[in-house]
Design a protein around this ligand. Structure first.
Ligand SMILES: *Cc1c(COP(=O)(O)O)cnc(C)c1O
Length: 223
């Protein structure tokens, strides 16, 4: 069913929107099936799991890291990661920059914002983002490139609330674009929307959606 699910979702997405297939906790055989159907962009939440999958799967897969990243685990993903969606502190960005330098890479990153009502979701607020982007430390980082923003909406059936949160992230993107990245074409990504809410996210300006269970089926445990 993976191939059919991918086709169904892609048929509903504008050409310009990237579908990141979230394969966390799913076996490599599932990823291979999606790959054989022509899909290349996959999202993972756990550094070691992503590294292990990267080792055994085709090398032209684009690996998106979307989970909370601890600084001591950055090393597992830096050699090959395509995009880190979840930069939620200046410290983390600094540590990514340092590790990327060791590998002589410039690693693309998104700033994760806290847009949900839940207290538990990670992410920056606007003040923290400005502090980061204004800092001398940031200006000195040569091995990371900020390509946009990411956020997760509240887990709720309330479509009005979810839409409001996606609009908020789009506003954050527009403000940062104007204030910090006006002359930087790589700052263009808005990563928002999951299985239950990606159509709303696309309507509100998402350029990347992260869809797991709608492609691979429900996960065995809730994470
Ligand atoms: C697990 C996860 C997803 C995908 O969730 P689904 O509801 O299965 O589509 C997307 N984004 C993040 C950050 C996740 O952790």
């Amino acid at each position: 069913m993976i191939k059919e699910n991918l086709q169904k979702i892609k048929a509903t997405l504008p050409e310009s929107v990237t579908l990141v297939a979230v394969s966390k906790t799913k076996p490599v055989s599932d990823i291979q099936e999606a790959y054989d159907a022509g899909h290349r962009a996959f999202g993972e939440n756990y550094p070691q799991e992503m590294r292990d999958k990267h080792e055994v799967l085709p090398q032209d897969i684009q690996w998106h890291f979307i989970g909370h990243l601890q600084t001591n685990k950055i090393k597992y993903i830096i050699p090959f990661v395509t995009l880190i969606h979840s930069i939620d502190s200046a410290n983390l960005l600094e540590a990514v920059n340092k590790e990327a330098k060791k590998h002589d890479r410039v690693v693309d990153c998104l700033l994760q914002f806290h847009i949900a009502m839940e207290e538990t979701k990670f992410g920056l607020d606007m003040d923290e983002a400005r502090q980061l982007l204004d800092s001398e430390a940031f200006k000195a980082m040569e091995n990371v490139r900020i390509c946009g923003v990411m956020g997760m909406a509240t887990f709720t059936n309330d479509e009005v609330e979810v839409r409001k949160e996606f609009k908020h992230l789009k506003d954050i993107f527009d403000t940062l674009k104007t204030d910090y990245f006006a002359d930087q074409p790589q700052f263009k990504e808005i990563s928002m929307g999951m299985s239950e809410d990606y159509p709303i996210a696309v309507e509100e300006g998402a350029t990347m959606v992260r869809v797991g269970s709608k492609i691979f089926g429900a996960r065995n445990y809730n994470i």
